[in-house]
Design a protein. Structure first.
Length: 401
């Protein structure tokens, strides 16, 4: 280290030692004055207002017997049985568990992937992507020539069975058993016709719900089966938003409670909704419960798959709120110094929640109670304190005179 740095550090340490000596030793100021040091310099070193006129409060105290003649304000802060200067703040009331905020994923209130009920070649596609359809509308058709022939054959067979059964009933030459067989044949023909008509109807791919057509993933001429997705169909007049909440909200959330949802794609816009359902169990891994909310989408500006910031509000639990500086610790736990009639009272607290500007505690404190936040190092149980900024009785009398 260079020599000049060593000299600077040595001078600084000497100055700090001198200041400490003058501040803590009652006779230090008087000794310096007797050595020829100007009183103004001694007052600057002592850093107290009284030093300019009397050589420092501690010098005056040393000349009068070690502390009996100190001033009303400064002397009271030093004596072991006298008032300790503290800064205080009033206790406020804070609320916890009054707001739930979570991220959820949206999905259409009704969503299906349309698949054909039969296998075959696509003969016709009657919709386009983004088109709105109603329940029962035909989306596409499969080739149907074979099914039409089978239907017509079944219709002919039914007419023949009906005429035969009618003839057997009108003619007396046939036994009752023959008439019964003819009636059974007629009923079987009717069933065959119904089956043929059903098979023909299944060549039409029909919309099962009202909604909006997604991207059509097939083309005319494709061979499809009953497991081939044709289109996706979403009813997004309302959206379902699933989100997860901490388990402490499991009993507080009930169906029908209002929710607010905000989408990243629509900044500044709030969508109103309500709780649709609450899961019956808490996830053991994350200790959260699944909640489903339903939000309105009247202008069709939201889409399935969007993320939402969901907010729910509750009455919450009220606790005393104190300044973070007021909370102290000892071997038994956390406490605050409550100021009652200028006396310090150690009040035990249990920390509920830490915030940047206050700490919520569970304690025998109410709104308006006063706790110390600064000058806590010398505060003792039952000790007398002087609140900074509050005039004492003596000063009030002097001001009156």
């Amino acid at each position: 280290m260079p020599l000049w740095k060593q000299l600077a550090i040595s001078i600084a340490l000497l100055f700090i030692g001198l200041c400490s000596w003058v501040y803590f030793s009652p006779g230090a100021g008087q000794a310096l004055v007797s050595m020829g040091v100007p009183q103004s310099v001694v007052g600057l070193v002592a850093a107290t207002p009284e030093a300019e006129g009397q050589g420092g409060p501690r010098a005056q105290a040393g000349g009068q017997g070690g502390g009996q003649g100190q001033g009303q304000g400064q002397g009271n802060r030093r004596g072991g049985g006298q008032a300790i200067l503290v800064a205080t703040e009033a206790v406020a009331i804070g609320v916890v568990n009054d707001r739930l905020s979570a991220i959820g994923d949206g999905e259409a209130v009704e969503a299906v992937t349309v698949m054909p009920q039969a296998s075959g070649m696509l003969d016709e596609i009657l919709v386009s992507s983004g088109q709105k359809v109603s329940k029962g509308d035909i989306i596409a058709r499969l080739d149907r020539e074979e099914q039409v022939i089978l239907r017509d054959q079944a219709a002919v067979a039914l007419r023949s069975a009906k005429e035969k059964a009618e003839s057997y009933r009108n003619l007396q030459s046939f036994s009752r058993l023959d008439v019964l067989d003819a009636q059974i044949a007629e009923e079987q023909a009717q069933l065959q016709l119904t089956t043929a008509e059903l098979n023909l109807k299944r060549r039409d791919i029909i919309a099962p719900i009202d909604g909006i057509i997604g991207i059509v993933g097939v083309s005319v001429g494709d061979n499809v089966t009953n497991s081939t997705p044709i289109v996706s169909l979403d009813n997004r007049s309302q959206l379902l938003v699933d989100f997860w909440a901490p388990e402490r909200f499991a009993a507080a959330v009930t169906p029908g409670m209002p929710v607010e949802a905000r989408s990243v794609s629509r900044p500044g816009q709030v969508f109103q909704g309500s709780v649709e359902a609450v899961d019956s169990r808490v996830d053991q891994a994350s200790r959260t419960i699944r909640i489903r909310a339903k939000i309105d989408n009247p202008d069709d500006v939201l889409r399935a798959g969007m993320s939402f910031n969901v907010v729910m509000r509750f009455p919450g639990d009220q606790y005393a709120a104190v300044n973070p500086l007021a909370v102290q610790w000892d071997g038994e736990g956390s406490f605050v110094w409550q100021i009652v009639d200028n006396k310090s009272v150690k009040t035990r607290v249990t920390i509920v929640q830490r915030n940047s500007d206050q700490i919520l505690v569970d304690a025998s404190l109410k709104e308006g109670d006063v706790v110390a936040v600064e000058g806590l190092q010398r505060v003792r149980e039952g000790g007398t304190v002087e609140v900074a900024g509050v005039p004492q009785d003596g000063s009030e009398e002097v001001a009156a005179r």
